[in-house]
Design a protein around this ligand. Structure first.
Ligand code: F6R
Length: 611
């Protein structure tokens, strides 16, 4: 949520910052801006996507070898030029970018206003900046000290980066709760919210921790804590290929990421599914196997698409491991004084590993003595760092704002974890364990088959692209798939969509059904199949426009609709991984048909680091 980039060194800062902002645009894109320091401190800001800023600055002389840039997802104040970052302090000395939220900004603002400060924007960022400026003016101290004093009084989450007219070769950065990576080049440093703007310049990076402050010149990086003690930076080698963050010939990142799924699922299974030995190798699970096997309860905490993966996992874990599972929205869990006991295990599912609600919710559960097990995609992310153990999904960087490949990788990892616990617990027969392993092993090939010809899904998408509302229905393992299908369509096409358990639709949503409403059933062969077909009959009787994801070769519902999307046959427990692929494609094609920016849908951001 909000992307920040900064540069100090011997190159032109602006092109590096601009390119970085384009890479980070998935984090927010309602406005963007840069500040460049070359004797004068110049700020350029524009409402809209980074391309707006770029064309606004086209042809201008933007010489500077130090600068900061920001792409925003609005929290305080509407998207506009004046609310865009960077902000300039009242004294004109400092410029600052910020990712996060300053919760006590109103009190700080009141105090500053009473002493004559006038604010040009509605942001909490400008308040923090002037608070720092004020400390600087009223105390005989360095900027570094002023930042330290200010941050001790600030409540909230932040990464901030400051440019100082009086120290034109130095950037000051600090973090609490939002991510910051520093790339170390030859007499130059690159700062960013993630490594994607850095990878083409250097592979040497330092991930800044909470409550750390960095003083950065071209040839020097000093790291301190808020107590002013120097910390030795832990320099890591970046494991990220440039190709992973480029579109590679696809029109959109979302389409690329959908098509990457055979590979990402394979990567997720690789080294874990030992078919020869009939074993699942997962060090994080093995390490805590006793606690997992004997858990009183597994509480799954997540948001959005990751929450849907958690719902599928609830069905799988209860079925295979016979352990009670509860799936919680992180944002609800964190505020409702939840009951967590020592024997409980928390699964935190998160693609980004930075989602603020999930992070705080698991911190709370950790304090209450639960084991925290992360199912995460981003190595070294904040949630990874506070989890006791976990398993990575290895889906690679997901840049399209709507989650696709991360979801299927989450399902694969969660299924393997459930299988491993079930095997140790002997809660399923060995033959079923082997059968499910074999079915998992087939998933990359089966996904490949679905993706090898998407023309039918495209045709169905075009037929329904003008709909104003959509219903997604499924039962059992496919109920969360229906929820995910509805979420994806909402995000990408702005069509109102709801997901429901198929039978539950009789208790209300059926009132919506008429001859204009597309109703998509996830109706692959499983224990509920006959019941789902009955539900389809009920919709058909009311002239709803039926679409169905069905098992290849199943002609049970041919009489009800021609809008059939066949997927390869698999065990019902594995089916969600295959069944969601056509729903991702359907949303994608409908979004494109409606002329929308599917990679950057309005109002959304990839990494939700505010609550
Ligand atoms: C939907 C989507 C979001 C995220 C949610 C949680 O396509 O991407 O619903 O799933 O914001 O994000 P993570 O998984 O990063 O915690």
């Amino acid at each position: 949520m909000c992307g920040i980039v900064a540069y100090v060194g011997h190159q032109e800062a602006y092109p590096i910052i601009l390119k970085g902002l384009k890479r980070l645009e998935y984090r927010g894109y309602d406005s963007s801006g840069v500040a460049l320091l070359d004797g004068d401190l110049n700020l350029y800001k524009k409402q809209g996507k980074v391309a707006e800023l770029e064309s606004f600055l086209d042809g201008q002389s933007l010489k500077a070898s130090i600068g900061i840039g920001h792409t925003r997802w609005a929290t305080h104040g509407e998207p506009s030029d004046r609310n865009a970052h960077p902000h300039l302090s009242a004294s004109g000395r400092l410029a600052m970018i910020h990712n996060g939220i300053i919760e006590n900004y109103a009190a700080l603002k009141k105090d500053l206003s009473s002493r004559g400060y006038v604010f040009k924007s509605d942001t909490d960022t400008e308040v923090l900046l002037n608070f720092i400026d004020d400390i600087l003016i009223n105390n005989d101290c360095s900027l570094e000290e002023a930042v330290r004093i200010a941050l001790k009084r600030v409540v909230g989450a932040y990464v901030i980066v400051l440019l100082d007219k009086e120290n034109p070769d130095t950037l000051i950065a600090a973090r609490k709760g939002s991510p910051l990576v520093i790339g170390i080049g030859e007499n130059e440093h690159f700062l960013a919210s993630d490594a994607s703007p850095i990878v083409e310049y250097t592979r040497q990076v330092v991930y800044i921790n909470d409550y750390e402050l960095a003083i950065i010149k071209g040839d020097e990086l000093i790291l301190k804590n808020l107590g002013n003690e120097v910390i030795t930076p832990f320099v890591q080698q970046l494991d990220l290929e440039l190709a992973a963050i480029e579109k590679g010939g696809y029109d959109h990142f979302m389409l690329k990421e959908i098509h990457e799924q055979p590979q990402t699922i394979f990567d997720c299974l690789r080294g874990r599914l030992d078919m020869a030995k009939g074993e699942i190798v997962m060090a994080g699970v093995q390490q805590h196997i006793d606690q997992l096997m004997h858990a009183n309860r597994i509480i799954i905490i997540a948001c959005g698409t990751s929450w849907h993966a958690g719902l599928v996992a609830e069905y799988i874990i209860e079925e295979l491991c016979r352990i009670p599972v509860e799936v919680e929205y992180a944002s609800e869990f964190r505020y409702r004084n939840p009951i967590v006991n020592k024997g409980d295990v928390i699964f935190a599912i998160s693609q980004s590993g930075e989602t603020a609600d999930t992070l705080v919710a698991i911190e709370k559960a950790k304090e209450q003595g639960a084991l925290i097990f992360g199912v995460l995609n981003v190595v070294g992310s904040s949630i990874a760092r506070i989890s006791h153990a976990g398993a990575y999904t290895h889906a690679g960087p997901e840049i399209g704002v709507a989650s696709t490949k991360a979801f299927t990788a989450q399902l694969v990892v969660l299924t393997m974890i459930a299988l491993k616990i079930a095997k140790e617990k002997k809660s399923i027969p060995q033959e079923r364990f082997i059968h499910l392993m074999a079915e998992l092993n087939e998933v990359p090939g089966n996904v490949e088959r679905i993706l090898s010809d998407t023309s039918k899904i495209h045709k169905i998408a075009l037929k329904h692209a003008a709909a104003s509302s959509f219903l997604f229905l499924g039962r059992g393992y496919n109920f969360p798939v229906a929820l995910e299908g509805a979420l994806k369509l909402k995000e990408i096409s702005y069509i109102h969509a709801e997901g429901y358990p198929a039978a539950e639709m009789k208790h209300g949503p059926i009132a919506l059904v008429d001859d204009l409403l597309p109703v998509l059933f996830v109706a692959t062969k499983d224990a509920y199949h006959e019941k789902v077909v009955s539900n389809m009959q009920e919709i058909n009787a009311r002239k709803g426009r039926l679409i169905a994801v069905v098992t290849e070769g199943d002609n049970t519902v041919e009489a009800l609709t021609t809008d059939l999307i066949p997927v390869p046959e698999t065990d019902e427990l594995i089916a969600p991984i295959l069944n969601v692929i056509p729903l991702q494609l359907l949303s994608y094609y409908i979004g494109v048909a409606r002329g929308l920016d599917v990679d950057r849908p309005r109002n959304l951001a990839k990494s939700v680091t505010v609550e």
